[in-house]
Design a protein around this ligand. Structure first.
Ligand SMILES: [Zn+2]
Length: 287
């Protein structure tokens, strides 16, 4: 099994978004914040697995530069987001550059449906797309558009498999969803950043990789269990961060969020989130 990280451009968001500021309306907090983050990477992942090619999130599309791509009336796109993506930075061309054909992808796993995770869907018309039922329900249609998901830009053929968690605990998570038959690639529920947010746990004989999506924007924010500025449900977000933290304490884990500058280094050099982790077997399917 081999995991590749692919950077599909950069974005800047308001400072209040990754770190949060406690209470108040998230969108209003973002609109009123005058400070932008430094440009941050938009990462996606490709896993070469014996059961087939797996993509985790699809990154962003260069189409974001087209006038009117995002709804002009939505305050988040107008005041809260700047993105820079070149055509050759999209996930399709980048996969071809490393000798992988996007048409060979078996599964596209979506941590959530925000634009910078679902923007590259058009590259994978033949794959099976997996997303949580609650995320898809929340993101689709006109309602989803208002809630900040550009559902009008999803490819017409986009008809994802909606997954339900199985009673298969893994470490601190009481349920999970096995993607591969081997059970070494599985979804765990990490709601908070969005209602149906998922993360992907990849277990190898050497260590575990936690593909976190936006469960937190950085590893430091996960370790300090700091809730971000867009989570609609703070209690749920807190519980998720506690669970992810506990997972990293129990198991040597490389923690790989989608916008953390250190994600490629952690992946390449197998750097664990908590160095003092003592190797313990990951309890897959234990009752
Ligand atoms: Zn997001």
């Amino acid at each position: 099994m081999r995991i590749h990280v692919i950077q599909t451009g950069i974005f800047a968001i308001k400072s209040v978004q990754p770190e949060g500021r406690g209470k108040g309306n998230p969108i209003l907090n973002i609109v009123l914040d005058k400070n932008w983050t430094e440009p941050l990477p938009i990462f996606a992942f490709v896993i070469e697995h014996p059961e087939g090619l797996i993509v985790v999130d699809t990154g962003e599309t260069a189409r974001v530069a087209e006038p009117g791509y995002f709804p002009w009336w939505h305050p988040y796109y107008r005041f809260g987001l700047q993105e820079w993506v070149q055509h050759e930075e999209e996930i399709g061309p980048q996969m071809r550059a490393i000798g992988l054909d996007p048409r060979d992808v078996r599964w596209v796993l979506l941590t959530h449906l925000h634009t910078d995770h679902a923007g590259g869907l058009a590259h994978f018309p033949k794959a099976e797309h997996l997303v949580s039922r609650s995320e898809y329900t929340y993101a689709k249609g006109t309602g989803g558009l208002f809630r900040g998901y550009p559902s009008n830009r999803w490819p017409r053929w986009f008809n994802p498999t909606l997954i339900n968690m199985q009673p298969e605990p893994i470490s601190s998570f009481p349920v999970s969803y096995p993607v591969t038959r081997a059970g070494d690639v599985r979804f765990v529920p990490t709601p908070g950043h969005t209602v149906g947010h998922l993360s992907v746990v990849v277990t190898t004989s050497e260590m575990t990789y936690f593909l976190a999506g936006d469960a937190s924007y950085t590893q430091a924010l996960m370790l300090s269990e700091k809730i971000d500025g867009v989570s609609p449900d703070r209690a749920t977000a807190r519980q998720t961060l506690e669970r992810v933290h506990a997972f990293c304490r129990a198991t040597p884990t490389a923690y790989l969020p989608s916008h953390d500058l250190d994600t490629p280094d952690r992946l390449a050099n197998r750097k664990v989130a908590i160095a003092s982790s003592t190797p313990t077997a990951v309890m897959v399917g234990a009752v």
